[in-house]
Design a protein around this ligand. Structure first.
Ligand code: NAD
Length: 498
């Protein structure tokens, strides 16, 4: 049995806690490795190593740090195929999807190489007689990232790219379900020239996370995962005086207006609802056709396309999506399918009981479609995080808009229409953080920010884009009075701008 490690101080470090978690191959259902779960002491050692390494990295000028990051991007690109295979083998997503996972992460590292520009402060000359004011952006010190299983490359890179570019040292606590790619990324950061101790991986579960949350040397925590854990981490980190940005779960709607191209809308729903087995925080899980005729036509198109979908091993060519991540996830999703049918929704496609040749014990679930779903049903209320798409029929545009806005989650939303007025009104009024107009998964590119609202995001700054540099730096403001502007004698008056 392969035993994984932590990565601290530029080296792989064996776990000493004696606790482990199994890492599965979701296509076969077999355990392929075990990952150590760090104790509080192991976490404290990693944080101490990072704290020791950070000042020298921070003292390096930002352009040199940026060059190191660009070397890292190059190394990742060169090993893309191996990394993608490794990612698929633990997560279960298709090879093409794993490449996308890595690529979308790399784009943020590339963006972070603009650090010399992004870290520039402000300067005001002659703010008073002989007075200049300038501001500096300084790194926080040691920062931590706690990341989910569904993007084991992208999210660690979204967090670490800007944090490192800004001069921080980083502790990554990746998901215990698929820790191998994060460990490989650590090796590549070292190979690219990130000094030992500046990027570390501590594997673990709640015990490791809790140790990070109370360690006074950890100045900021970036989390991505499910909503209950996001809320817990936000509250605990804030109570310990840390900066925190915590992104949670989702229930993303796609409104289909009567004037939409229904073939395009159906294709978009199929790709975004079932891609990566629905295990994406930006997956569309609720279709909201407006008007009975739109609904009937859309549902017919979805049923037709579902019949043609191919579910199978991640590495097989032509597969649309692979298995879900664990047996527990499969069981949870099956429970929702049963609950939906019992609640009276119309089950038009049932993904349970799917058999894949030669892979009898894989965690398979086929595409599942429910029609006539109502907002009180658990399959509408909860994030299912599997290949389950529900259709909630809306009588008119206002009802559809209300449904999207009233949902407690607020990650992503889309509208399919040819009507510019409706699209503009929707984008302006909907109470959701990221909006797509004829775009089903509106994940903003690296130079914009990514972040959901309401139960999908806790904290006041988003991921990547300029916000990431605000999150990973503190601003210092320096006021200078040059001797020529100084009048003799003490002043007892409050200085003011005029
Ligand atoms: P999860 O919340 O179970 O785990 C996320 C991280 O938290 C992991 O590193 C895990 O080890 C740790 N963790 C788990 N339980 C903990 C506990 N009790 N205390 C402290 N730490 C704990 O999430 P997951 O199943 O790995 O990922 C799927 C979830 O992530 C979905 O809800 C999905 O919507 C969400 N997600 C959100 C975004 C976003 O940007 N909003 C992006 C990707 C995934």
């Amino acid at each position: 049995m392969r035993e994984l490690s932590h990565y601290v101080g530029g080296h792989h470090v064996q776990g000493t806690s004696g606790r482990f978690s199994d890492v599965f191959d979701p296509c076969t259902g077999r355990v392929q490795a075990r990952v150590p779960l760090a104790s509080g002491t192991e976490v404290a050692d990693a944080v101490a190593t990072a704290a020791k390494a950070q000042p020298e990295w921070a003292a390096m000028n930002p352009q040199r740090r940026a060059r190191v990051l660009l070397r890292f991007v190059d190394l990742v690109n060169r090993t893309m195929d191996d990394l993608a295979r490794l990612l698929s083998s633990e997560h279960g997503k298709t090879l093409a999807d794993s490449r996308g996972d890595i690529q979308r992460g790399l784009e943020v590292v590339e963006f972070s190489a603009a650090a010399p520009h992004l870290l520039k402060g402000e300067f005001s000359s002659e703010a008073g007689p002989g007075v200049d004011i300038h501001s500096l952006r300084q790194p926080l010190g040691v920062v931590a990232g706690i990341t989910p299983f569904n993007f084991p490359a992208m999210i660690p890179l979204w967090k670490s790219g800007p944090a490192l570019a800004a001069g921080n040292a980083f502790i990554l606590k990746p998901s215990e379900r698929d820790p191998s790619v994060p460990l490989r990324l650590a090796e590549l950061y070292s190979e690219a020239g990130v000094p030992d101790g500046v990027f570390n991986v501590v594997n673990g579960d709640k015990e490791a996370v809790d140790a990070l949350l109370v360690d006074p040397a950890v100045k900021a925590v970036g989390f991505v995962g499910s909503t209950p854990i996001a809320e817990y981490i936000y509250a605990t980190a804030a109570a310990a005086g840390k900066r925190a940005q915590c992104f949670g779960g989702a229930k993303n709607h796609m409104v289909v207006m009567p004037d939409a191209d229904l073939d395009q809308a159906a294709d978009a729903l199929i790709g975004s609802g079932y891609g990566s087995a629905g295990e994406r925080c930006m997956a569309v899980s609720v279709a909201v056709p407006v008007g009975q005729e739109t609904a009937d036509q859309l549902v017919a198109r979805l049923q037709e396309r579902i019949k043609a979908l191919k579910v199978g091993p991640s590495l097989d060519p032509g597969v649309d999506f692979g298995p879900v991540v664990t047996a527990a996830a499969k069981q949870r999703i099956e429970g929702y399918i049963e609950a939906g049918a019992e609640a009276g929704a119309t089950l038009l496609a049932d993904g349970r009981g799917l058999a894949v040749d030669g892979h009898a014990d894989g965690f398979w679930l086929g595409p599942t479609l429910f029609d006539h779903v109502t907002p009180d049903m658990a399959i509408y209320r909860d994030e299912i995080f599997g290949p389950v798409l529900v259709v909630v029929r809306a009588a008119d545009y206002d009802e559809a808009l209300r449904l999207c806005s009233d949902n407690p989650f607020g990650n992503g939303v889309a509208i399919f229409t040819r009507d510019g007025d409706a699209a503009r009104d929707f984008a302006t009024r909907v109470d959701v953080g990221m909006v797509g107009i004829n775009v089903p998964i509106p994940v903003p590119l690296a130079y914009y920010t990514f972040g959901g609202w309401k139960a999908s995001g806790f904290g006041d700054l988003n991921q990547h884009g300029a916000d990431a540099f605000r999150f990973y730096t503190k601003t210092k403001t320096v006021t200078t009075r040059w001797p020529s502007g100084i009048r003799h004698g003490a002043s007892f008056v409050m200085p003011e701008g005029s």
